[in-house]
Ligand binder design. Structure first.
Ligand code: PEP
Ligand code: MN
Length: 356
């Protein structure tokens, strides 16, 4: 459908495309009451999980096919489009009985190329838009691979949902955003629509609004927000679901900044940045040339490539200067480390093990 694959998000006046609804369909009553309130908040597309992939056994695994009729009723009563998650060809076969308007593939499924291929094969000849969530791990090729598998199977309308990436340590986000990964997906697939799922990314109600705003400022096309008529009683993802009234407020308060002719005002700054970036590259190239010559010298005189003291000095002196120059220490440390790593790499013999 054209609303999922748009030529240019910034050209559209309809940002954000909003999908809302509960994490899981729990009962007919819960689904319909949530749907009526969500439609009242202005939402046009309704989500609900029927088959719930749970990381650990024992949790609520969804009502399955029993919820199909309820979803159909939602569409009939509210006029909203409906979608659910599919993870197997059997889910697709069952859900097609109610002709959903869209489908989504969950993060756990995107992680598994066999599962994605099975879904792609099952979708052959079915003209339905598919939204692909990012995989659990920060492996961009799994995400773009899923898009390619679907596209190769003839799925004409594909969108992306960025829901963040699992990390071993749990910090303020449930799933680390790693915003550069969806940005790279936009570079690989310029015409694909990109939605943000602040619910699974943030994992808590307080983070929904700021993440939505950030996604809008990064020119995302849409948002998928878990919304429940009574979040405190939700059978899954309780901490991150918001009420329809909260959803309405968040959407009303979003500031949508579109590109306008004022963008011309930053042209001069951009030229200066381009020049500085060129200079940075020239300096890096000169630095690596010298590293190469040092490497030759070390080789001739049997000196080891890695010099611990020298590395410590370089980092310490850069951090001191960074402070004076008002630069963030962690930022400078990561740049110096990357430069040093590259210097060591080019000094190691070709084909040798790079142990750094
Ligand atoms: C969901 O949307 O309810 C869900 C299970 O999400 P994810 O695949 O992002 O974990
Ligand atoms: Mn959920």
């Amino acid at each position: 459908m054209s609303d999922i694959r748009k030529p240019e998000s910034s050209a559209g006046v309809s940002r954000p495309l909003v999908i809302a609804g509960p994490c899981s369909a729990e009962s007919r009553e819960q689904l319909l009451s949530t749907a009526v309130a969500v439609a009242e908040a202005g939402v046009k597309i309704f989500r609900a999980g029927l088959w719930k992939p749970r990381t650990k056994p024992g949790g609520f695994e969804g009502v399955g096919a029993a919820g199909l009729e309820w979803l159909r009723e939602v569409r009939e009563q509210t006029g909203m489009k409906i979608l659910t998650e599919v993870a197997t060809p059997s889910h697709i076969e069952q859900v097609m009985k109610i002709n959903p308007d869209l489908l989504w593939i969950g993060a756990r499924t995107t992680t598994d190329p066999f599962a994605v291929q099975a879904i792609a094969d099952a979708l052959k000849g079915i003209p339905i838009p598919i939204l692909v969530k990012n995989p659990l791990s920060a492996e961009i090729d799994l995400w773009s691979g899923a898009v390619e598998r679907l596209s190769n199977a003839g799925v004409a309308s594909i969108g992306l949902i960025h829901r963040g990436f699992s990390t071993y340590e749990h910090k303020s986000y449930r799933n680390a955003p790693l915003w550069h990964i969806p940005m790279e997906m936009k570079r690989r697939f310029p015409s694909i629509s990109l939605l943000c799922d602040p619910s699974h990314m943030g994992g808590s109600r307080a983070l929904i609004a700021p993440i939505c705003q950030q996604a809008m400022d990064l020119m995302y096309d849409g948002l998928m927000i878990e919304t429940h008529i009574n979040p405190n009683e939700a059978l899954s993802d309780k901490a991150q679901q918001i009420t329809p009234a909260e959803l309405k407020l968040i959407l009303q308060n979003l500031i949508i900044r579109e590109n306008s002719k004022e963008i011309e005002g930053i042209g001069a700054f951009r030229s200066e940045i381009d020049e500085l970036d060129d200079e940075l590259l020239k300096v890096l190239s000169r630095r690596m040339q010298i590293s190469k010559e040092i490497g030759e010298y070390k080789k001739q005189h049997n000196i080891p490539v890695f010099q611990k003291e020298r590395y410590g000095e370089i980092i310490q002196s850069a951090l001191l200067k960074a402070k004076d120059m008002g630069l963030d220490e962690e930022f400078v440390r990561s740049i110096i480390e990357a430069i040093h790593r590259e210097s060591v790499r080019i000094q190691l013999p070709p084909g040798g093990l790079n142990v750094i």
